[in-house]
Design a protein around this ligand. Sequence first.
Ligand code: IMP
Ligand code: MG
Length: 183
Amino acid sequence: MRAADVSSDITRVLVTEEEIRTKLDDIAAQVASDYDGKDLLLVGVLKGAVMVMADFSRALPTLVPMDWMAVSSYGAGTKSSGVVQIRKDLDTDLHGKHVLIVEDIIDSGLTLSWLLENFASRGAASVEVFALLRKPEAAKVVVHCKYVGFDIPTEFVVGYGLDYAEKYRNLRDVAILAPHVYA
Ligand code: IMP
Ligand code: MG
């Protein structure tokens, strides 16, 4: 956990730093083999995917370019609104690129399904998704996600990039936020 003592804000740790590292190594090996010889571009979704992008990209055995997109669908609450807004667009032309979107978490799936549609119109050779976490029971739309780190219960989680009102992103583990914090 670390990052000061926030244990009273946390119900329990769900995925540890070590479990994340092992999983990222596995998925990086898979991605390296699936994209061998292809023009791969990693696209991170700010800000939640910062930690997973940093660790995942360094687990890859080859040099890979990365770009970032900032979208917002949440505001400061804990429920997805489905209204997606681009706050920062890509700097890269996607034509001919094999894009792998790197996401922290798929909750309702609304943000990603919107992103996938948006990218489809930009001429990418392929677009796939890697999400570190997924809440299968919270899905409102089905999003095809080629690589998934961990399926988790429908709980609001923080840490390893994930925030509540911009807090807890630098916790090392992924933990369930105690309801009294946002109730
Ligand atoms: P979706 O559109 O409902 O799939 O949610 C997309 C975004 O909401 C994610 O990329 C996260 O940034 C944020 N989000 C969803 N669930 C959680 C959570 O449990 N904790 C923190 N952020 C979350
Ligand atoms: Mg996100």
